[in-house]
Design a protein around this ligand. Structure first.
Ligand SMILES: Nc1ccn([C@@H]2O[C@H](COP(=O)(O)O)[C@@H](O)[C@H]2O)c(=O)n1
Ligand SMILES: C[C@@]1(CO)OP(=O)(O)OP(=O)(O)OC[C@H]1O
Length: 152
């Protein structure tokens, strides 16, 4: 068995798109980032890499490389999955916590879980998704923290 932990955060700004778990969420604020700023997928990518001692997302996809500018973060996740699978890893469970004050994510829970299920090839009951506010401590901020469990 292998365990990986990952986290990511991005500053939120008015008028930018908000991507989480691979979906665009209707929101007045979105992430400031080099890619699409999907903190959830960045945290999962880092967790997968960590499980096999493969460094982190910035090592493989540096934020000064124009190839990754504006890229949808599914691309990073798919690569990390490919690398761990090539080393005999099989993802069996994911737990992910997203902290942001706005917008409310609970109306999007089913769509977010379904999309993670598709991206990770995991049944929905193996995907834990938790939403938290910062209680006003970090209102212009999105944070994702996640753990992955793999066989192999
Ligand atoms: N962006 C968010 C943040 C939270 N929720 C839901 O609200 C509940 C209360 O959040 P607290 O941080 O005050 O514990 C939480 O359990 C989430 O279900 C949300 O939908 N969207
Ligand atoms: C994903 C990358 C690459 O586009 O940039 P950002 O979108 O800014 O995101 P970050 O979480 O800082 O991760 C590392 C990067 O190298």
């Amino acid at each position: 068995m292998r365990l990986g932990y990952g986290e990511d955060s991005h500053r939120l700004e008015e008028g930018r798109p908000l991507y989480l778990c691979g979906l665009r969420i209707p929101s007045p604020v979105g992430a400031v980032a080099h890619s699409d700023g999907d903190a959830a997928l960045h945290a999962l990518t880092d967790a997968l890499l960590a499980a096999f001692g493969l460094g982190d997302i910035g090592l493989h996809f540096p934020d000064h490389d124009p190839r990754w500018r504006g890229v949808r973060s599914e691309a990073f996740l798919r690569e990390a999955l490919r690398w761990v699978e090539a080393r005999g890893g099989k993802l069996v469970q994911v737990s992910l916590a997203l902290t942001l004050d706005r917008p409310k994510l609970s109306p999007h829970r089913e769509a977010l879980v379904d999309n993670l299920s598709r991206l990770l090839a995991l049944p929905p009951d193996r995907i834990g998704l938790t939403f938290k506010t910062s209680e006003g401590l970090a209102p212009e901020h999105v944070q994702a923290r996640g753990v992955v469990l793999l066989e192999g």
